[in-house]
Ligand binder design. Structure first.
Ligand SMILES: C[S@@+](CC[C@H](N)C(=O)[O-])C[C@H]1O[C@@H](n2cnc3c(N)ncnc32)[C@H](O)[C@@H]1O
Length: 221
């Protein structure tokens, strides 16, 4: 394994597998027209599972197809939680390949001066800040990092936007348990809740992709 492929590893093979609830918070922000998504650092496929469940065709690859040095696959969007030490090259490569790119990163990833060009880029549409910390491992009782989905979209116009994502109360990862709890409590899924909150606040307007791709979350019907 070359240094560039593996890089500095915080955990073996960057084994930070994204809990399902995290990906569910992104679903309302994936634009119409996206059908095929490439998850190029898929690990055990946690992100892909949720995207597939939402109806997308998802191609998953990992180290067997070094994202930074491979023949690109045909897709409409790239969505991943990249290896942290390779996040910048992952973003740069993804931006050369597709119009819609989303990366799960630490919430202050955009603060570093050296990364400014990524966020001054007019395609940077904004970030969706998770209002719950991610528990990466069982027994990880007090996670200290906050995360956000960072979104680049060629159709974005104007300054980047900030959105907040609120997971269901427990933020747990057991979908069947959650579904059963939800049906008992009649609590809607995250994407639906985001939309309902916005509707309640009276800010839901007809989605205008030319104006603002981050303002109006959508759900797939
Ligand atoms: C932080 S994990 C995320 C796994 C998955 N995306 C998720 O969120 O559950 C990063 C993944 O990137 C993979 N990886 C590291 N370098 C890579 C490269 N150059 N090309 C493709 N995948 C790579 C690792 O094997 C690991 O599975």
């Amino acid at each position: 394994m070359s240094q560039r492929v593996s890089g500095y590893e915080r955990k073996p093979n960057e084994a930070y597998h994204t809990p399902h609830w995290v990906t569910r918070t992104l679903l309302p922000y994936i634009p119409e027209g996206v059908r095929v998504i490439w998850e190029p650092a898929a690990g055990t496929g946690q992100i892909a599972e949720v995207l597939r469940e939402a109806g997308y065709r998802v191609i998953t690859t990992d180290l067997e197809r070094d994202f930074l040095d491979c023949i690109p696959l045909k897709c409409d969007a790239i969505i991943t939680n990249p290896p942290y030490n390779l996040a910048v090259p992952f973003i740069l490569r993804a931006l050369t390949l597709v119009p819609f790119v989303v990366m799960l990163l630490r919430v202050d990833f955009d603060s570093a001066k050296t990364r400014a060009p990524l966020f001054d880029d007019r395609r940077f549409a904004g970030k969706i800040i998770l209002r719950k910390r991610i528990k990466w491992f069982p027994g990880d009782s007090g996670p200290s990092d906050n995360h956000a989905w960072f979104v680049w979209d060629t159709r974005h116009v104007g300054p980047p936007n900030i959105a907040y994502a609120y997971p269901t109360k427990d933020g747990q990862d057991d979908r069947s348990a959650k579904a059963s709890r939800r049906s008992k409590s009649r609590e809607p899924a995250v994407g639906v809740r985001v939309r309902q909150q916005r509707l309640r606040r009276g800010v839901a307007q007809r989605r205008n992709a030319d104006n603002d791709t981050m303002q109006e979350p959508r759900t797939r019907s």
